[in-house]
Design a binder for this molecule. Structure first.
Ligand SMILES: Cc1cc2nc3c(=O)[nH]c(=O)nc-3n(C[C@H](O)[C@H](O)[C@H](O)COP(=O)(O)O)c2cc1C
Ligand SMILES: CC(C)CC(=O)C(=O)O
Length: 388
């Protein structure tokens, strides 16, 4: 079978890995280069790019190189258990797909959200479905199979619309709500400014709005008749600069686990915990929002300490199985992967995403085998040493 990643055969690996062996190896630099070649330049710029000169984006990945896992011997780690409990769900591994909006632009048929959801069904790795989707959330959720899904909310300024989106997510069977706090306004992204990207992206991310009864009621004419007016309305209501005073309202919207995304300061974590959130999501949006910030990994230990037992999700910079292992050792309950999923989608649709996820999991699993850490509970900060 021909495949964008080339072919790969080595039976010796089959002894170590149960069911998660990818057909082909993945090294991130290769994935990235192939995705760049496959995508139109403006799409590539949007997905791969970040804020400012992208210093923080680069620092997110290099931060992992400052930690080394210390191998343990005589452990006999022939059986590993990567499963994790999260809000009453048992996940096969501490991995999920971070919310990525506008996924449709990475898929040849424009339905990238559906393809990604199918990859979730196939792997058991949950997808956090973005508000900014080319397909309505109900159709995305219908592809999840037995795999749980999370709905990521960009809180609009219109509270009734926010409530409608959350209630639809509940009815569609999503198992948690992730509210993103760090992107109520889009960051300074020179690549997108240079390509004037945003107007063309809009055509690929409004399905959750145009299918919403509250949104539709705000329009004089249906979005099918006047898409421009719908797009304009969206730009007007997109981002709500929420404050702490809004958190009780957010909490009251749902009985599903509520996770707040974008927290990096321990004081914010303590306050969110006091106000009743169920999970903390430590992230700097993959360096897309503000340049000059701390690499997300460097924020993680203090966030975990402040969370004081509350589950901590983490993303920003995960590019390999080794990165997953290190983030878990630093206290993350589960880690999210963003751009690599979009690259897999660009190269092979749902199969490409499956491939990326399996590569990450297979590498994490083999590292745990070779280095003698058979379960996630064995991965503690003591497993790591600071390299520089
Ligand atoms: C193209 C793109 C679109 C994104 N859209 C969203 C989104 O709709 N909602 C959200 O919370 N985060 C969004 N993010 C941020 C991701 O959830 C995640 O924080 C980030 O990609 C993690 O960093 P990584 O790409 O280094 O893995 C987006 C990221 C990318 C690359
Ligand atoms: C349209 C953007 C606000 C979506 C997003 O979260 C991103 O591009 O990082």
């Amino acid at each position: 079978m021909s495949h964008p990643f080339g072919s790969y055969q080595n039976e010796i690996y089959l002894n170590g890995l149960a069911g998660i062996l990818p057909r082909f190896p993945m090294v991130h630099a290769e994935l990235e280069a192939k995705a760049q070649a496959a995508l139109p330049p403006s799409v590539w710029s949007y997905v791969a790019g970040g804020a400012g000169d992208e210093h923080t984006q680069r620092a997110n990945t290099t931060a992992f190189q400052r930690w080394g896992l210390i191998p343990r011997m005589f452990v006999g780690a022939s059986q590993r258990d990567l499963s994790v409990d999260l809000f009453g769900m048992t996940l096969p591994a501490p991995l999920f797909m971070a919310p990525v909006g506008v996924l449709g632009i990475c898929a040849q048929d424009g339905h990238g959200d559906l393809a990604t959801a199918r990859a979730a069904a196939h792997t058991g790795v949950p997808m956090a479905a973005s508000t900014l989707s080319a397909d309505p959330m109900e159709e995305v959720a219908a592809e999840f199979g037995a795999t749980p899904g999370f709905f990521q909310l960009y809180t609009p300024t219109d509270r009734e619309l926010a409530q409608s989106l959350v209630h639809r997510a509940e009815r569609a069977g999503f198992k948690a709500i992730v509210v993103t706090l760090d992107t109520w306004v889009t960051g300074w992204r020179p690549r997108d400014l240079a390509t004037s990207n945003f107007p063309q992206l809009r055509g690929h991310c409004l399905a959750n709005y145009t299918s919403d009864p509250v949104f539709r009621a705000r329009l004089d004419r249906a979005p099918e008749e006047d898409p421009q007016a719908a797009a304009l309305m969206w730009t007007q209501i997109f981002g709500n600069p929420l404050t702490w005073a809004d958190l009780p309202w957010l909490r009251s919207l749902t009985e599903l686990p509520l996770i707040v995304k974008g927290l990096c300061h321990p004081d914010d974590v303590r306050r969110a915990k006091d106000l009743g959130v169920d999970g903390i999501y430590c992230s700097n949006h993959g360096g897309r929002q503000a340049n000059g910030g701390l690499p997300a990994l460097d924020a993680l230990p203090a966030v975990v300490e402040a969370a004081d037992g509350l589950p901590v999700l983490f993303d920003s910079g995960i590019r390999s199985g080794a990165d997953i292992v290190k983030a878990i050792a630093l206290g993350a309950t589960a880690v999210g992967v963003g751009r690599p999923v979009a690259y897999g989608l660009a190269l092979g649709g749902a199969d490409g995403v499956v491939h990326v996820l399996r590569s990450l999991l297979a590498e994490a699993d083999l590292i745990m085998a070779v280095d003698g850490y058979p379960t996630l509970a064995d991965l503690t900060p003591e497993a790591l040493q600071r390299v520089t």
